[in-house]
Design a protein around this ligand. Structure first.
Ligand SMILES: [Zn+2]
Length: 214
């Protein structure tokens, strides 16, 4: 069973927090009219719907275990076979390991692997500056709040900093990212499909550069 249709975009998006990965995924999704598929979101959806698989996933997560590769793979294969993914998809959070990357070669060869690079210092500065509305999730920065106050311009709610955006927590997540994800980047690095971008540049600039290579 091959999912690899002609002209299909099969994008793998890799980048740490603060690299603008989430925003680029949204922009690419609109630009190419293809869905962003996040393995984390697929897991959460199974849990929310109370499925048998969701109950198992909950147990693994509670026990501090990773969801097994074959489970992730099965969920992903099912999702990319959906009608809305026939022109392609953007994978966020997969492959998480070199084993997953290797195993996926037989059923999902990426057309592009997009790596957003940013050094830790810039990523931490960006993340600690993040502010969001508690009601409508409007996203902004500490600079905005300093200038305009903490009232949300959209819904008049309150703009705050999330608890898990402290520099220590962010650095821990970045350390984890380097440990887990760098081998995956190395796996793809020497291929023609692998494209690296400077995630420290502005969102529109990075987006234009990505669009240019697609
Ligand atoms: Zn708001």
């Amino acid at each position: 069973m091959s999912q690899e249709l002609e002209g299909q975009h099969r994008l793998i998006l890799i980048g740490p927090q603060g690299s603008g990965k989430g925003t680029q995924a949204e922009l690419l999704s609109v630009y190419l009219q293809i869905p962003t598929i996040s393995t984390g979101q697929l897991c959460r959806s199974e849990i929310e719907h109370g499925t048998e698989l969701g109950k198992k996933i909950e147990q693994w997560v509670r026990g501090g275990e990773l969801v097994p590769d074959d489970v992730i793979t099965a969920m992903l294969k099912k999702r990319i076979a959906d009608y809305d993914a026939q022109d392609g998809f953007i994978l966020d959070g997969f492959p998480r390991t070199v084993a997953q990357a290797e195993a996926s070669e037989s059923w999902m060869r990426p057309t592009k692997v997009i790596v957003l690079e940013i050094n830790d210092k810039v990523a931490v500065a960006r993340m600690t500056s993040r502010r969001a509305c508690t009601q409508c999730r409007f996203k902004t920065t500490a600079e905005y709040v300093a200038k305009h106050g903490d009232e949300c311009p959209r819904c008049f709610g309150k703009i705050v900093q999330r608890d898990d955006d402290s520099p220590e927590v962010i650095q821990t997540r970045l350390d984890m990212y380097h440990r887990v994800t760098q081998p995956v980047i190395n796996f793809y690095r020497d291929r023609d499909e692998c494209e690296r971008f400077n995630g420290a540049l502005s969102i529109p600039l990075v987006f234009m550069e990505i669009a240019h290579v697609l």
